[in-house]
Design a protein around this ligand. Structure first.
Ligand SMILES: Cc1ncc(COP(=O)(O)O)c(C=O)c1O
Length: 487
């Protein structure tokens, strides 16, 4: 834990703290820092190390318990309804108290002062960017993942006949701008069918994409870009960014990652990964307010991706120079692309302050620590599902660490064939909420499966920093019970 940590007796003003002068803070905000300090001490005493492949459920459980007190203190920093167990973070996160406090304060200040929001949020982007491994000019605030995907895809200089290689498990947030580009510019979209389940590795995806690029090129097509979700919203499969970036670079392609679930879940360094665009949500795993997103845009040449920057124009901005900005060919940015994207008329600045507070909280806890915990919870859940239902019931991969995320999709039905029944799948989700006193909030999702005429409807579970091993135990018991009742 850094110099910013506060101890029980560290008084009011915290010199050198990234939280600044805390004398005017509400007691709950001071509590936050105290808890973080206390939690950090627990964490330092018993660090949670990354799980190894094929670790048993029992071993994963005891690993999770080592840090139980720390994560319980983190849980208390949220205002989540204690009568429910929120396991659909892939759809919506929840702001911590520290974000709610600043949101409330700044809303009131803004209203009192009739404040405007004409800004490029450079100070905020400067605070947040290091947590994602990039410079402030390479990070824009967007409205959400979908808006970031529109910025990325619709700003590119497409020519009729350009081909984008993607998958058949994409979310409308990325698929819709691709469709608009098909209609408007005449691009073509080529989809690789996604495997499901545990029987896959990172190499599966390298081969799928490379083979498709080879086939397209052999038939005279002009492949221009790759777009994929890491992880997908259907099965939580973490399409392996580092490996797919090698394919993109070898084939001199533009790289666009729908990373809706990445901020707040994974501790990735985007400068090292080197994709052209990564569009993530601020309101899911990062637990910022709704209508916030984080868009990382490659804006200088780094060793991680020596390809020239793609030609790109902003499509949603009120800040654009009179002469077109020239994209750099060196390691030094020629302009702040994050500013151009972020500045579009008057912004509701309190939203972004609340997002920044959530990002600072994540940085203080340690993004890698959160990633490890989230993935360990999810691995624990996957192992328990494999033990009870059988590993073949998983739609998410389990054993290749390059493919795992904190999202778990599986077929919970006693009669496996019921996974084709969307109504029954919907009933499963609603009864997990209504029939169990822990009120489990999960979701289902349609999944196209290779060689299946109809989509499958597994359920999808998100595990995050406010959960513990017992939440997973209770969830699994409830799902097992319900699967028997619905047999
Ligand atoms: C993979 C993926 N992409 C995009 C989106 C859209 O997210 P947002 O609401 O942030 O636009 C989602 C939402 O769940 C998603 O899972």
């Amino acid at each position: 834990m850094s110099k910013d940590v506060v101890t029980e007796d560290s008084g009011n003003a915290i010199a050198g703290s990234s939280y600044g002068d805390t004398r005017h803070w509400t007691p709950s905000r001071r509590d936050f820092l105290r808890m973080l300090g206390a939690g950090a001490a627990v964490a330092a005493a018993s660090p949670l190390s990354a799980f190894a492949n094929n670790t048993s459920a029992v071993a994963l459980r005891s690993r999770l318990l080592q840090d139980d007190r720390f994560w319980a203190s983190i849980n208390s920093m949220f205002v989540l309804d204690p009568n429910r167990t929120f396991m659909n973070i892939g759809t919506a996160g929840s702001m911590p108290k520290i974000s709610l406090d600043i949101f409330d304060e700044e809303n009131r200040t803004k209203a009192r002062n009739s404040g405007s929001g004409y800004t490029n949020l450079l100070a905020d982007r400067t605070k947040v960017a290091p947590g994602f491994g990039v410079d402030p000019d390479e990070l824009a605030f967007s409205a959400n993942t979908s808006s970031g995907m529109c910025h990325a895809i619709l700003g590119l200089d497409w020519k009729a006949g350009d081909v984008v290689v993607t998958t058949n498990h994409e979310h409308p947030g990325g698929d819709v701008p691709l469709r608009i580009a098909e209609h408007r510019y005449g691009i073509e979209v080529s989809r690789v069918p996604m495997p499901v389940g545990n029987d896959q590795t990172a190499e599966t995806y390298v081969n799928l994409f490379q083979q498709r690029i080879n086939q397209l090129r052999a038939s005279g097509k002009r492949v221009k870009a790759m777009m994929w979700s890491s992880p997908t919203y259907k099965t939580g499969t973490m399409l392996p960014i580092a490996e797919l970036m090698e394919v993109a670079k070898q084939n001199e392609l533009i790289s666009i990652v729908d990373g809706a679930h990445l901020p707040g879940m994974m501790a990735y360094d985007y400068a090292k990964l080197g994709m052209d665009f990564m569009s993530g949500a601020g309101h899911k795993w990062q637990c910022g307010p709704g209508s916030t997103g984080i868009l990382v845009v490659r804006n200088k040449i780094r060793a991680s991706n020596p390809l020239p920057l793609p030609k790109w124009y902003p499509i949603h901005t009120s800040s654009y120079p009179t002469t077109p900005p020239v994209r750099t060919t060196t390691g030094t940015a020629t302009y702040d692309i994050g500013s151009i994207i972020t500045s579009c008329g008057s912004l509701h600045t309190p939203m972004f302050s609340a997002l920044v507070k959530a990002c600072e909280m994540w940085d203080q806890i340690g993004r890698k620590k959160i990633e490890t915990y989230d993935l360990t919870l999810s691995q624990y859940l996957k192992e328990k599902i494999a033990e009870r239902w059988g590993v073949e019931r998983l739609y998410s991969p389990k054993d290749d660490p390059r493919l795992v995320s904190a999202i778990t999709s599986f077929n919970p039905f006693h009669n496996a064939i019921d996974v084709l029944n969307s109504t029954k799948s919907g009933t499963f989700v609603s009864r997990m909420l209504s029939d169990y006193n822990r009120g489990f909030v999960i979701r289902n999702v349609n999944v196209p499966v290779i060689n299946s005429q109809a989509d499958h409807w597994p359920v999808r579970i998100s595990t995050h920093l406010w959960h513990n091993a017992s939440d997973v135990d209770r969830l699994v018991d409830a799902m097992w019970d319900l699967s028997k009742k619905l047999a």
